[in-house]
Design a protein around this ligand. Structure first.
Ligand SMILES: [Fe+2]
Length: 489
């Protein structure tokens, strides 16, 4: 964002307010918030009062989401909106038509263009369900950007955006203030909040989950207790920041997947003070406190849920944002990688850094995979063969830079023609499982029940990492005498 004019403060360092879903109050100028009421006849400093409602007026109090903005000129002051032609029809918010496939899908890293492309123009819809028009379902997008948004902002009427940077830091100008978000952090922009994206350190790439219904919230912890996973205090919301700047500004409005543009003669980032609980926030994924198995077996990946969008069915989300963070893996007599799986839910995965524990090859940072309802998936051949070796019994660390994530959804997404026809789609993905060979041994017997002549052979198979007897709890070996080792992956 360029230009001169009065600004509320220098942008370095940015300041944030801590907490999830709090009722925040913030002023860039002293006493800018009205005292004791929301909408006085004349506001302090001659500001306009404007409410931004993120929930229906009459929802239960616990679901109320709204903020009051006090701004130099109101957001209603603009020329009429006109449709924008979006390049190659790569953006959509209606999945009533679309492609379904039971095949596993994977994309190699999405290439970053060489020409100037900003965050909005660089969005490519991969898949989704429902439609923005019906306020049902979601969309998954990739973004690649090589240019900052210049005197342009976006307001997304279609839903709430969870942005997951994979490469390149982003500075977000929002009506509520400034945010900076780097890879390994995420940011949520509520429906309708105007924002612009500057690139902080060169080309940028990342993932977006857009939910047409509901909004992101923290999962309940159940028996985990009061602590663990994502802590509310680690979610950061910007303090009020404004600029009073005359310019030819374009406000883009995404409405049912279409982009519209309107011009106005001033910056929309002119909110001097605001209060409420409807605002963007960021979260550092390194703050996530994983809870996992410390004895045996593999918890379901829901144990790594950072944020969830509940549906009307208890326990079933519209979408979950799940991460697979760096951590120790210690479960004994256990196949430690993610299990082979078919799921009524749908799993879109991305990789931010490092190597994902279930894939030795082909799943790369900036790429993605998609396994739809009941599509089989799981560790590739190399991962399986490695994980059944006896030395995989020792405590190990997955590597400090590994960070994968999953958007898990209840409605089955349809894939866009643009994503299916992308040049980086991996048409050989299925081959990563073709090499899984049979380890079946019809003569296998539980420990202690083999004929004497076969006991030695069974022990030999175990020593070599094969044979079903390794799954017998009674045969479990304790951790190696040499202590923990770090597995470089
Ligand atoms: Fe799965």
């Amino acid at each position: 964002m360029k230009g001169e004019g009065m600004k509320s403060e220098d942008t370095e360092p940015l300041r944030y307010m801590s907490g999830f879903g709090n009722e925040f109050s913030t002023e860039a100028l002293p006493d800018a918030l009205p005292k004791g009421q929301n909408n006085p006849r004349v506001c302090p400093y001659g500001l306009y009062a404007e409410q931004l409602s993120g929930s229906a007026f009459t929802v239960p109090r616990r679901s109320q989401r709204r903020s009051w903005l006090y701004r130099i000129r109101p957001s209603v002051t603009h020329e009429p909106f006109h449709p924008l032609n979006f390049p190659a029809e790569t953006l959509t918010a209606d999945f009533t038509q679309g492609v379904v496939t039971p095949n596993q899908l994977r994309w190699r890293p999405f290439s970053i263009p060489s020409e100037p492309v900003d965050f909005v123009r660089g969005m490519l819809t991969i898949c989704g369900a429902g439609s923005a028009a019906s306020k049902s379902g979601f969309a998954v997008h990739m973004y690649t950007a090589t240019a900052s948004m210049e005197d342009t902002c976006l307001a997304n009427a279609d839903g709430e955006l969870l942005i997951v940077p994979q490469q390149g830091g982003l500075r977000l100008f929002t009506e509520m203030g400034l945010l900076e978000v780097a890879p390994r952090e995420v940011v949520v922009v509520p429906r309708g909040v105007r924002f612009a994206v500057d690139l902080m350190d060169g080309p940028a790439r990342g993932y977006i989950l857009e939910v047409f219904q509901g909004s992101f919230t923290l999962p309940d912890l159940g028996p985990i207790g009061a602590n663990g996973l994502a802590s509310p205090r680690d979610f950061l919301t910007p303090v009020a920041w404004f600029e009073e700047r005359a310019c030819n500004f374009t406000v883009m409005h995404k409405f049912e997947g279409q982009l519209f543009a309107a011009t106005q003669a001033f910056s929309p980032f002119n909110v001097v003070a605001w209060h409420g609980n409807y605002a963007p926030y960021k979260y550092d994924l390194a703050r996530f406190c994983p809870v996992n198995a410390v004895s045996f077996d593999h918890p379901d990946p829901s144990i790594f849920t950072v944020l969830t969008v509940p549906s009307d069915t208890p326990g079933v989300s519209v979408a979950d944002f799940v991460i697979f963070p760096p951590r120790w893996t210690v479960a004994q007599h256990t196949f430690r990688p993610p299990y082979y799986h078919r799921n009524v839910m749908n799993e879109f995965m991305g990789l931010i850094t490092g190597m994902y524990e279930a894939k030795r090859d082909g799943f790369l940072p900036g790429g993605a995979s998609l396994h739809l309802c009941m599509t089989p998936h799981g560790p590739d051949t190399a991962t399986f063969e490695s994980a059944i070796r006896p030395d995989a019994e020792q405590p190990a660390h997955l590597g400090r830079d590994t960070l994968a994530f999953m958007f898990e959804t209840s409605q089955t997404p349809r894939v866009t023609p643009a994503a299916l026809g992308a040049t980086n789609i991996d048409r050989d993905y299925y081959k990563c499982w073709v090499g899984l060979k049979s380890h079946f041994d019809r003569d296998w017997r539980p420990a202690g029940q083999q004929p004497a002549a076969e006991a030695g052979a069974d022990a030999e198979r175990e020593r070599q990492g094969g044979g079903g007897a390794a799954n017998g709890v009674e045969r479990a070996a304790p951790a190696g005498a040499n202590g923990p080792v770090t597995v470089a992956r």
